[in-house]
Design a protein around this ligand. Structure first.
Ligand SMILES: NC(=O)c1ccc[n+]([C@@H]2O[C@H](COP(=O)([O-])OP(=O)(O)OC[C@H]3O[C@@H](n4cnc5c(N)ncnc54)[C@H](O)[C@@H]3O)[C@@H](O)[C@H]2O)c1
Length: 299
């Protein structure tokens, strides 16, 4: 019998957790959540509405329904309370393996034994977390992108022992959110599209940090080449430069190849608090970044 998902628990209500929780609620799921920051959902919602209203790229996801959905998400003061009735728990905490494993252990102790577990990690295969639980066959990667930017896709990947039914349930869940599932047949760091995106990030960050090019020209080129309303640097600002740094470090820790180490220039921006859109400044300054100027692509 197909695995049924009605109750979804989201752990972490920041940039990605907020949007997954809101989209799940809009799609008819009962959503419970936990974030140590009691204002996390409110702050995320404000950012999503800003992005949506900027109309950078109209999204088929109906973000205008999210403010009402926010009031219907039940947030709890503890992780244990948030997951106790969940059919699916989605972990969306910062990209640090030790933190994730700690959270996964707590999830395992408090969630019903049949609940499915997913991580939204941008880079780490779920096999690095499944061992913190006693249910590796029910664990998977569900990696969402920025729905508010129209990136309606999610990588779906199993770990070392994930059952096919669990992966099918994951793909079905993703589809019910109006999001296209990208199936990964066997574990790989970076999944399906995120590995492609990561190659672009690595190259462009080094070209900028080593002084070969102005980041704006890379974005101009990309916008002209790919026909998108932003380039890689604008997108990194939207993701959050601290998140980008952490993800690049995961790749570096995996390969130990110095070419995979994120450049010092990126570290400096993070140390200066220039984290991108969420901080009002990253590569660009917000709320009116240069790449949205009407003359940005003028000959
Ligand atoms: N930002 C992106 O574009 C993006 C895209 C895809 C995937 N991801 C992944 O999603 C995850 C979260 O990234 P984000 O950008 O949403 O980060 P974020 O910093 O915006 O949000 C993280 C949230 O987790 C909360 N948190 C911290 N410890 C917690 C705990 N123990 N339990 C519950 N919540 C906790 C924080 O208070 C914060 O609100 C990371 O694994 C990241 O790699 C991010």
């Amino acid at each position: 019998m197909a695995i049924k998902i009605d109750n979804v628990a989201v752990l972490g209500l920041g940039t990605l957790g907020g949007q997954i929780a809101l989209q799940a609620r809009v799609s008819g799921y009962e959503v419970t959540a936990f974030d140590p920051d009691p204002d996390a959902l409110k702050k995320s919602l404000e950012k999503f509405m800003e992005v949506d209203q900027s109309k950078v790229r109209p999204s088929p996801i109906r973000v205008e329904l999210w403010p009402e959905a926010a009031s219907q998400i039940r947030t709890f003061p503890t992780l244990a309370d948030a997951v106790k009735e969940a059919d699916l728990v989605i972990e969306v905490v910062p990209e640090e393996l030790e933190l994730k494993r700690k959270v996964w252990k707590e999830m395992d102790e408090a969630a019903p034994p049949e609940a499915l577990f997913a991580t939204n990690s941008s880079s780490m295969p779920v096999s690095r977390m499944e061992g913190a639980t006693g249910r590796p066959e029910r664990c998977m990667n569900l990696h969402f992108y920025h729905m508010t930017l129209g990136q309606n896709m999610a990588d779906v990947m199993g770990g070392s022992r994930t059952s096919p039914e669990v992966l099918e349930a994951g793909r079905r869940f993703v589809r019910t959110l109006g999001v296209v599932p990208l199936k990964v047949n066997k574990e790989i760091l970076g999944f399906c599209f995120n590995r492609v995106w990561r190659a672009i990030k690595r190259e462009t960050l080094h070209m900028w940090a080593d002084g070969y090019v102005d980041f704006k020209d890379v974005d101009r080129a990309w916008m002209i080449f790919a026909g998108t309303p932003w380039g890689p640097f604008a997108l990194m600002d939207t993701v959050g430069l601290d998140v980008i740094y952490d993800i690049e470090m995961v790749y570096y820790e995996d390969s130990k190849d110095p070419k995979d180490h994120p450049p010092q220039g990126l570290k400096r921006l993070v140390e200066e608090g220039k984290l991108g859109v969420k901080a009002g400044e990253g590569f660009y300054k917000y709320p009116n970044p240069a790449y949205l100027d009407s003359d940005f692509l003028k000959p």
